[in-house]
Design a protein around this ligand. Structure first.
Ligand SMILES: *Cc1c(COP(=O)(O)O)cnc(C)c1O
Length: 390
């Protein structure tokens, strides 16, 4: 029964306030609006946060960043790129952008991250790269993945859309030994610029290529062109590039969000803790924690029913029950092997992804975001307890 006085609690809502509004207004008033000093400052500040000596390239989405990264490492027609099936379609579509073929890997049961053994089983002479996703904000087990990649000469790209700030072996994702890491600042991510993303790489050649391809294949960005002594009209087109630059309006917002990210992360961890404490006696599989003292970014709080695979209607009733209580939910993800395009284009068979299938059968994401109050979380908990069933 939904109390008509109780407002709907959406699945997600960005945490933005007066500071973000002020920063965006300042960017607009400055006259730059598009890529300029705010974007350059955002890139510097992001690198400083990571403590990285790598190159940081702000872009207009993580999808754009992933496309640039795969292009820079040389993925092209005829290549295969191993990707998880338990992810958003962007992780795989970028492979198709380059005329290469994604090869889908099953997940680990506990973490829902790509299974390193599944990657190993899919390597062929055509395999060029692996894209890993740190599902929900929990890092993949990168040590065996990087070792496997080194053995077979594969490039490793981290889709870190969920993983800011996440650590693995004490190091922030974005500073690990992969070829490039891509963050997302989409509206529902752990920090947002409305739309936006950022690529980090330590490789000088990849950084140079991505900088060029980010803006039409021109060998300098607009800011550099206006600042350098070279006449503004002089530039060279060296490739048919893309239009993937971040605007200063977005970057101004990102700079404020970045200053708040530690507080955001702490609040997310607190909410995750509340859920764990209040739900652990129920017949649910709760999200895995990061090992040791590593950090989970808690972008997604995905639960499953312990008997989910044998109760195919459970999730529908559960989601309807929460909705009736005024609570939004989501599902992360319908595995890509079930999506018509990927399934039909590559003849994918659900039987080849038993662990993703088992998890997907009852997977539901609960609201978890910093704009939620303790009372909001208590409402979610009460509703979950009411509708979980025996
Ligand atoms: C959100 C997301 C993306 C895409 O991010 P955009 O910034 O919206 O392009 C890619 N991969 C994963 C796993 C995501 O969750």
């Amino acid at each position: 029964m939904q109390d008509t006085e109780t407002p709907f609690l959406p699945y997600s809502r960005p945490d933005t306030g007066a500071e973000e509004i002020e920063a965006v207004a300042r960017a607009i008033a400055s006259g730059w609006v598009t890529t300029g000093p705010e974007t350059a400052a955002f890139e510097r500040e992001f690198a400083a946060y990571l403590g990285s000596d790598g190159h940081t390239l702000a872009v207009n989405s993580a999808t754009a960043g992933l496309h640039l990264a795969l292009e820079a490492v040389g993925v092209g027609p005829g290549d295969e790129v191993i990707v998880p099936t338990m992810t958003f379609t962007a992780t795989a579509e970028i492979v198709r952008y380059l005329g290469a073929d994604p090869v889908f890997a099953d997940c680990d049961t506990a973490t829902l991250n790509i299974d390193p053994a599944a990657i190993a089983a899919l390597v062929t002479p055509r395999t060029k790269a692996v894209v890993v996703v740190h599902y929900g904000g929990l890092a993949c087990d990168m040590t065996p993945i990087l070792a496997l990649a080194a053995t077979h000469g594969l490039k490793v790209i981290e889709d870190a859309a969920h993983a800011f700030p996440t650590t693995y072996g004490g190091a922030l994702v974005g500073t690990l030994a992969s070829d490039a890491t891509v963050f997302s600042f989409y509206a529902n991510k752990t920090m947002t610029t409305g739309e936006g993303g950022l690529v980090v790489t330590r490789n000088e050649d990849y950084a140079r290529r991505m900088r060029i391809m980010r803006l039409h294949g021109i060998d300098r960005d607009a800011f550099g062109r206006f600042q350098s002594r070279t006449p503004a009209w002089q530039y060279q087109v060296v490739a048919p590039g893309f239009k993937y630059n971040m605007t200063d309006v977005a970057a101004a917002m990102g700079r404020v969000q970045l200053r708040r990210i530690d507080a955001f992360a702490e609040r997310r961890a607190q909410l995750a803790e509340m859920y764990r404490d209040a739900l652990s006696d129920l017949p649910l599989v709760l999200p895995a924690y990061a090992p040791g003292s590593d950090r989970h970014a808690w972008h997604i709080y995905a639960i499953r029913h312990i008997d989910g695979p044998s109760r195919p209607e459970w999730r529908d009733r559960f989601i309807e029950g929460l909705a009736a209580d005024g609570i939004g939910t989501s599902v992360h993800y319908i595995p890509l092997h079930r999506q018509p395009f990927w399934r039909d284009r590559y003849g994918l068979n659900a039987a080849d992804y038993p662990r993703a299938e088992e998890a997907f059968a009852s997977l539901v994401s609960l609201p978890l975001y910093t704009a939620m109050t303790d009372d909001d979380a208590a409402r979610v908990i009460a509703s979950v307890r009411r509708h979980v069933g025996g």
